[in-house]
Design a protein around this ligand. Structure first.
Ligand code: SF4
Length: 388
């Protein structure tokens, strides 16, 4: 599975990623400890006191940290902290995981379950909305918690809802519903499950003959790349076809450790896509998005979706106007590789599902011709063949 070239590039990445970031000194971590996922989780920062050892918190952040935990717990891995500028409160990585006072506000347009997942729950933890695919909420834990999380209601155990997965009921439903051919494991982060637990779940799902495709949604390669081990890769490889959608919002999230983890997954034959969320002050410009999609492709990840930030409670400060997302796609389409351009979508509140939003390239539709606008704004005519 591993060619000579891949081995060489893996060695290079591993050498780079075995370097200890200066931040590791704060914990007195050895190289071995730093690259151990269990060590990272044990030393994740979960309070103002923990974070203050690493970052200089502003009074606004300190006050938000004291209260935000009742909406969504705070947790940030040392690895993700090491990618931030400790002195810059507007650092785009920091904004994603350190609460702001605005997060404690409620606005009329905001909902606890903006995607209406509870409405489509067929068994505890199993959501069936689209005709041939389901969502399985495998856990409520993540390596780090994102302040804009759509599932803040149940993720981390601090919100209004208690996560519950009735595995036997979910399996029964899946066996009976032969129209389901695609299962997305999400949560929380399924890659936080132990290898044994994950393997047991995937094995049971693989035994259902009509399930063709397994997918995993995860932010682990970004927040906790140390969790991606040869054992995990070989486990995932055994359950092919299995696709992974990572969640990465900014090019600086893709350092040497994340690149190494993604390279290992790609070398194991796992197709990788990225889902990012358009966030004010994080990635709301064409420049940052261009750098992100180029860096993703370098890491062998295909940009897949760019999401409009869902109207979940306490996230107004992150939300952009949908027009900004369309403009970003206009700035990418035609100006860079087609593989680099994600689909911009809004998850329609109330359970409407994903709605794609695209720049309008059809200027007019007339008998015998279409008038089209190209990526530079030029107008071109396409002759429409008369249909029988
Ligand atoms: S990793 Fe995903 S599920 Fe977990 S907090 Fe972030 S957005 Fe929510």
């Amino acid at each position: 599975m591993y060619g000579g070239l891949c081995r060489e590039s893996n060695r290079r990445m591993q050498n780079e990623s075995t370097k200890l970031p200066p931040l590791a000194k704060i914990w007195g971590a050895t190289t071995e400890q730093w690259h151990d996922a269990a060590w990272q989780m044990r030393h994740a920062c979960c309070s103002a006191e923990d974070l203050e050892r690493v970052l200089s918190l502003t009074p606004r952040e300190r006050s938000a940290l004291q209260q935000a935990g009742c909406r969504l717990a705070v947790r940030v891995t040392p690895h993700f902290l090491s990618l931030m500028d400790p002195l810059d409160e507007s650092d785009p990585l920091r904004r994603q995981v350190i609460p702001q006072p605005e997060e404690l506000e409620r606005h009329p347009e905001e909902l606890t379950d903006p995607c209406g997942e509870q409405r489509d729950e067929k068994a505890p933890g199993l959501v069936h909305r689209y005709p041939d695919r389901v969502l399985l909420l495998c856990t409520d834990r993540c390596a780090s918690y994102c302040r804009y999380c759509t599932r803040a209601r149940m993720v981390s155990g601090s919100g209004d809802d208690q996560w519950r997965l009735d595995w036997e009921a979910a399996l029964r439903y899946l066996r009976e519903h032969t129209e389901v051919r695609d299962v997305l494991l999400s949560g929380g982060d399924p890659l936080l499950l132990t290898d044994e637990k994950l393997n047991a779940m995937l094995t049971e799902l693989r035994r259902i003959p009509h399930i063709e495709l397994l997918r995993i949604g995860t932010r682990v390669p970004i927040m906790l790349p140390q969790r991606v081990t040869p054992a995990l890769c070989s486990l995932l490889h055994r359950h092919a076809p299995l696709f992974i959608s990572i969640h990465c919002n900014h090019p600086r999230e893709l350092g040497a450790d994340a690149e190494r983890a993604l390279g290992m997954l790609a070398d194991s034959g796992i197709p990788l896509g990225n889902q990012s969320v358009l966030l004010r002050g994080v990635n709301d410009s064409a420049e940052v998005q261009r750098a992100l999609v180029h860096r993703l492709l370098q890491c062998r990840v295909r940009p897949y979706y760019l999401y409009q930030c869902d109207p979940v409670i306490g996230t107004r400060h992150f939300r952009t106007h949908p027009r900004e997302g369309i403009d970003i796609i206009s700035a990418l389409r035609g100006f860079t590789s087609g593989y680099a351009v994600p689909q911009f979508v809004i998850d329609a509140p109330g359970g409407g599902g994903k709605v794609p939003l695209n720049p309008d390239y059809v200027v007019a539709e007339e008998p015998g011709r279409l008038l089209l606008r190209n990526f530079r704004g030029g107008i071109y005519e396409y002759p429409v063949t008369p249909q029988a």
